[in-house]
Design a protein around this ligand. Sequence first.
Ligand code: PLP
Length: 455
Amino acid sequence: VAEAASRPNSPEARDTAFVVHGLTNLRRHLDEGPLVIESGRGVWVRDRHGRDYLEGMSGLWCLSLGYGETRLIEACRRQMETLAYAHLTNHRSHPAVIDLAEKLIEIAPVPMSHVWFANSGSEAADCAARLCWYYWNAQDAPERRKFLAHRRAYHGNTIAAASLTGADYAHRQFNLPLDGFLHVACPDYVTDALEEESEQAFSERLLADLEALIAREGPETIAAFFTEPILAAGGVVIPPQAYLDGLQILLRKHGILLVADEVVTAFGRTGEMFGCTTMGLAPDLIVCAKGITSAYFPLSAVLINARVFDAMVAQSDRLPLFGLTMTYSGHPVGCAVACEAIRIYEDDAIVARVRRLEPVLLDSLRRSLRGSAIVGYIRGRGLLAGVQLMARRHPVQTFDPTQRIGPLCADAAQAQGLFVRAIGDTLAICPPLTISESEIEILADRLARGIADVE
Ligand code: PLP
């Protein structure tokens, strides 16, 4: 790649000349250049030199139905021909948004009332935060302004979403988080439990700390708690059930809204249509994106329960307008693609397929990585898995982050023709839900060979 980038007018040279890349070391990028992907088919992508890679991350946790899905392409084309654009302001509507909203309410994991649409997960998380503020103002409780979220959780990168995100890289030098966005301990039992601490004791310790924080801040100042059912970009952290159960009791006790960020976990990923069902969450708002269109069109949604929606409507007796709006909110092409994606999830029984493939994925990872001295734990739900690299398992000893073991392993896997994502020393795996059993074997084999190259 570096050699191609040094050639004038190569795509690599033109990329480094003109394109800014996120979550990328910009200096290193100028030196080394990009990997230019030109095409995709099923779970495979091809770079411009003809090398094939198994897309073990569905792009960025989003391409749930794989590349080349003709039904989505057709749905997109049909809607573009019929009505390429319409908006939802001033009482306007269109069939695709009505169909999609009705369907989302039908399949919601807990009773929901209405749907707000946006274009990305970040925007939807931002809008969810705005809706929480709007709700509390409607309840004449304007002092309920603070948000709680987990350290290491990822909720997006617009200003409120980045403030909710519990990652230093999203804050440092960006003057974030905004005031009143508070972070609590990540419920990662695998790496953060004390020595000999049981899952129950770990959960109780985190909940006691949270209750103390709520008491210190004053429950009457807290608007909502945001959590992913499984913290994907935080390192595929599966919170203990006792923690999530206790969390919800605590929030209910203090009247704090619960927002579930299902941007990664919804639409079959965890072996249920929604991660809230897998993890037993009953939120007031649900944020969806990514798999909603299988990434064929940018679209996101916030599912709103009756408690919040009724209060929003009641505000219309006091305010002339519900003032939230975006030009592409409920974009007809995105809605048509999402309707078709959901039809495919249902027609192809994707949830049942994911449940069947969960043990196939976890077993083949465990088999292939059995001999590795640096693989500590392998965890997952559905087709979302994390391979935790560590120096020692008992007692847990993590690697020095400056060794960059996770990124080195992800790079080595890429050299073997596999995309996975390093989150610190966790390797995240999130393949298209359409992956076959033999492709899962290839994934596990290439990952093992990549890790072996680093060991
Ligand atoms: N929430 C979660 C859980 C995510 O994983 C992401 C993206 O990875 C987002 C929100 C932000 O979504 P987007 O990148 O579409 O803005």
